[in-house]
Design a binder for this molecule. Structure first.
Ligand SMILES: N[C@@H](CCC(=O)N[C@@H](CS)C(=O)NCC(=O)O)C(=O)O
Length: 222
């Protein structure tokens, strides 16, 4: 039996969605975030030393990192589903987006979230807060926001070529990319094409089933 070590409102939601798409039985072990720091609880470190979610266990295997989990599950349980055939141009697109989602898209989105929180931190003396706010605002406006805008344009251009990130069918690339697109939706404006894309993937029965299993999904991106 596969166990998904699921942190509330997190990247882990994608793994539940994938398992629902594949129709593979699984169980969920839920972890709640610390209400102040929003970090994962220390119990998660007993499963994987980084103490981050998602992590899955499957028999004697422990697998962390969303991209690695998605590749493992599709390779092991997909029977050719949710991945374009090897050697096709779609397969190359698939590989790119599977790695890009966490490697390139998420860093500026997380930066924006963290920079927004720093000035509100209770640890910060009150007289530093206005300076921190000015600094973070400056970096966000001059560096982070233009980066995010650039990424959003890239996604939009890709979805102009085909309805999904790696062609005409939903694949693991869409499951990986759902989180950055959702995170960008909460932090700025998506293009109409990307908004429609989110509507399409959110309407999938497997996505809806995963929401029921995973519990309330309020994006934090951290
Ligand atoms: N690149 C990793 C990121 C893992 C990660 O940062 N997960 C977040 C959940 S969205 C987490 O566990 N945050 C809580 C913490 O860092 O304590 C992946 O995709 O698995």
């Amino acid at each position: 039996m596969i166990t998904v070590h699921h942190l509330a409102a997190s990247r882990s939601q994608r793994v539940l969605w994938l398992l629902e798409e594949l129709g593979v039985p699984y169980e969920v072990k839920r972890y709640e975030r610390d209400p102040v720091t929003m970090l994962a609880p220390p119990e998660l470190r007993a499963i994987h030393p980084l103490g981050k979610s998602p992590v899955i266990t499957d028999g004697d295997k422990t697998i962390a990192e969303t991209g690695a989990i998605v590749e493992y599950l599709i390779d092991t349980y997909g029977n050719g589903r949710l991945v374009p055939a090897a050697g096709t141009p779609e397969r190359l697109r698939y590989t790119y987006w599977v790695h890009y989602a966490e490697g390139s898209a998420m860093p500026p989105l997380v930066m924006k979230l963290v920079f927004g929180h720093i000035p509100k931190s209770p640890q910060l003396p009150f007289f530093i807060k206005p300076v921190a706010r000015m600094l973070m605002k400056g970096v966000t406006e001059s560096y982070v926001d233009p980066q995010i805008k650039n990424h959003i344009s890239l996604w939009d251009a890709e979805l102009q070529k085909s309805p999904y990130f790696a062609g005409d069918e939903l694949t693991g690339a869409d499951i990986l990319m759902s989180f950055p697109v959702e995170a960008a939706a909460t932090r700025g404006t998506l293009t109409p094409r990307l908004t429609d894309y989110l509507t399409t993937i959110h309407a999938r029965p497997a996505y809806q089933a995963a929401l029921k299993t995973g519990g309330p999904y309020q994006l934090l991106g951290g």
